[in-house]
Design a protein around this ligand. Structure first.
Ligand code: PLP
Length: 394
């Protein structure tokens, strides 16, 4: 019964999800405290108290038919305006509510914008290592994914390789900073160069190339590192944002797209994106959550908990001999594996340590550790990591 196009998706079902399911099985067998599951980017830091209070206040104060009703496919006007003003205050931009479209998280935001712009055969460039779902999203609209190989020295985008992969069919480029799985943050210099390359190539081909900034980890940056606002560097930029990590609300499915006035044909793009939202079956982003976001627009999760995890894990693992760059953002550590990454992750399972192979991000030879877990889990896991390092002779 299932479609041919669906078969490869079933066969290569997400390695991250597979590991997560395996972790649940192992927890039932050995006890949850004896399994060190670092597989899924599911925030362990609770949503701010203000979120719970906002839900209660909305229930008490706002009208039920409005809170739970349909609204414009782009979302509530006051919510879009409130978020636009918050972005303007923080980043010196000049957005208005009409630039925003509320989405069912970043996953749906990416699907909405790709559906809006892709014709069959159009190419979308991504930088390895990248969030593997990008490939599925691009293929949903018969687009073709072009992968720029990684720069494993710094995990900053490989700009020479990037330029050489842009063709007259390139319709979009997806970047993700702070990055999953490396934790790298792209600097202003890097973004300026990406913008300059795209402008050059647009001129050369007489085409328009959309830069899509996928930024669910924008608020998760450490040591005062600045995460530059991407629309300030290149005109044809769309931002895809999510509250899954920034407010620890992944199950609530809420985020937005910013489509600035500067984007070519911006009015048409916004109108088409609203229709994409509808015909993809989302219709609109969850209404209660939209109202919550309006009241919590400048709220933040407790970053210090992630930072404490990052410091402990990075310091200990490098002490044991593992190689990795210190992440500046998100909640992942990307370590070099001492053998083939799939074999290494299998080996770690013997110590009940669950990681995700770098191949799942198009970057073999590495493994991802999601440290959005309790500090105690990290402490308990350290002897296992130490033994693994010793067994590999690191
Ligand atoms: N993009 C990246 C890089 C992610 O890591 C994730 C989720 O982990 C998403 C998009 C999807 O996030 P959301 O829950 O907002 O759909």
């Amino acid at each position: 019964m299932i479609a041919d196009k669906m078969r490869p998706l079933v066969e290569n079902n997400s390695a991250i999800r597979a590991m997560f399911e395996e972790g649940k099985k192992m927890a039932a067998e050995y006890g949850a405290e004896n399994v060190y599951d670092f597989s899924l980017g599911n925030p362990n830091v609770p949503a701010p108290d203000a979120v719970k209070q906002a839900i209660l206040d909305i229930m008490n104060e706002e009208e039920s038919t409005m809170v739970h009703g349909y609204m414009s496919n782009a979302g509530f006007d006051d919510v879009r305006e409130g978020i636009a003003q918050s972005i303007n205050r923080r980043f010196g931009t000049h957005f208005h509510g009409g630039n925003l479209l509320m989405t069912v998280g970043a996953a749906s935001g990416l699907n909405v914008i790709l559906k809006t712009i892709l014709d069959p055969g159009d190419e979308v460039i991504v930088f390895a290592p990248y969030f593997m779902e990008y490939g599925s999203y691009v293929r949903n609209y018969d687009g073709v994914l072009t992968v720029v190989p990684p720069n494993t020295e710094t995990f900053q985008p490989n700009l020479l390789e990037f330029e050489s992969r842009i063709t007259n069919r390139t319709k979009a480029v997806i970047i993700n900073t702070p990055n999953n799985p490396t934790g790298v943050v792209y600097s202003s210099e890097t973004l300026r160069e990406i913008g300059a390359i795209l402008e050059r190539k647009e001129k050369e081909y007489g085409s328009s190339i959309l830069l899509i900034s996928d930024e669910p980890y924008r608020e998760l940056a450490y040591d005062g590192v600045e995460v530059p606002y991407v629309t300030l560097f290149y005109r044809n930029t769309v931002v895809c944002y999510s509250y899954s990590k920034s407010l620890s609300l992944p199950g609530e499915r809420i985020g937005y797209l910013v489509i600035p006035d500067e984007v070519e044909d911006s009015k048409a793009v916004i109108a088409a994106a609203s229709i994409s939202n509808r015909v993809l079956g989302c219709v609109n982003a969850p209404s209660l959550m939209q109202r919550v976001i309006l009241r919590c627009v400048d709220e933040k999760v407790n970053l210090s908990a992630y930072n404490k995890n990052r410091e402990l894990l990075y310091n200990r693992l490098t002490e044991y001999g593992f190689e990795c760059i210190k992440p500046e953002g998100a909640f992942y550590l990307f370590i070099k594996t001492p053998e083939d990454d799939k074999l290494f992750c299998e080996y770690c399972k013997k110590h009940r340590v669950l990681l995700v192979q770098g191949s799942a991000f198009a970057c073999p030879g590495y493994a991802r550790i999601a440290y959005c877990v309790s500090y105690e889990q990290i402490e308990r896991s350290l002897p296992a990591f130490h033994e693994i390092a010793q067994e590999y002779g690191l």
